[in-house]
Design a protein around this ligand. Sequence first.
Ligand code: SF4
Length: 399
Amino acid sequence: MREDESVDDLQAVLDRAADSGRITPDEALALYRWAPLHALGRAADTVRRRRYPDGIATYIIERNINYTNVCVTACKFCAFYRAPGHRQGWTHPISEIVRRAGEAAALGATQIMLQGGHHPDLGIEWYEQAFGALKSAYPDLVLHSLGGSEVVHISRVSSLGIDEVITRLHAAGLDSFAGAGAEILVDRPRQVIAPLKEPGGIWLDVMRSAHRQGIESTATFMMGTGETNAERIEHLRLIRDVQDETGGFRSFIPWTYQPENNHLHGRTQATITEYLRLVAVARLFLDNVAHLQGSWLTVGKEAGQLSLHYGADDLGSVMLEENVVSSAGARHRSNLAEIIHLIRSADRIPAQRDTLYRHLRVHTDPAQDPTDPRVVSHYSSTVTGARRPVKAPGLAVVG
Ligand code: SF4
């Protein structure tokens, strides 16, 4: 479509997409640029309603355990990493990782997301020991961890092929890959913001390989680092094409770049309007991806809640620990009761889910809502400005 094409043409595309017809990348770009915001949201919400007629929107309780901040990849948008040898670099012993997982399990977490820097000394054996120790101590915790970039890094450190790294991680206990490291998959902006990271095509190849081995993943998009609108849609296309091949992306999670303490400082972030437009277009364009998550952690609670009206069916997590985007300035904090309230006041039925989006607890009666005050985001985080850890009986305060 061209800019001079009519509003009627745009409406025809919206109607087709709302009716679950596939739209082309050019049509998605036209919608992203020119469709009236509310019409875009209405079409995306129509798709969401058809997919989830029960009116449920979900959340998960998890802990993001950052095992090391030492990293050789030096992404320009990252405020979390420290170069090898830096005095502020750290790596947790595996016993500490297991202890943190136990603390999360005691607070009702069902999922652990192990995420860390590309440490030059951590090869496949370290990850096998870590996953093995976690699984043997807490077999019910799902390890939704690492991502395409970590797999590439491990393959380099250990001189192994990608397929073998994935096989061994899975055998050691990894259940599902996180969508981290996708950032933006399009070559030009990826090279600008993360010149030492693997190209987007390699990240997608890792996901293809994992999916073919029966290990699902999520897919993410960090928007707002200077990419063009066309490059935003191209990122969606790359994911849709792989999903057509493998069907292994469980959900899509767009989030916004946080501008503090990193080498891209001073760039403008994506606005809330841009974010909501992207969420809506993603719901319309990614007709082969089941779930779409709003990122309250990066765009704020109100915008996260609004995303539920623009096609999202999930509000992410009560993340008991998070250090990566918090290092770059994400200061939004929440807790279990508030996440449930945000979902309910968006006129959805809140439900706690597991990694596979199965409903664990459906909160139909507000009088029965869980009230555990310890279940807060950033229960433990090391980042300045994070909430102080809550001291709870029988639980150590960490971080
Ligand atoms: S985003 Fe990940 S890979 Fe890039 S510098 Fe930060 S920790 Fe390293």
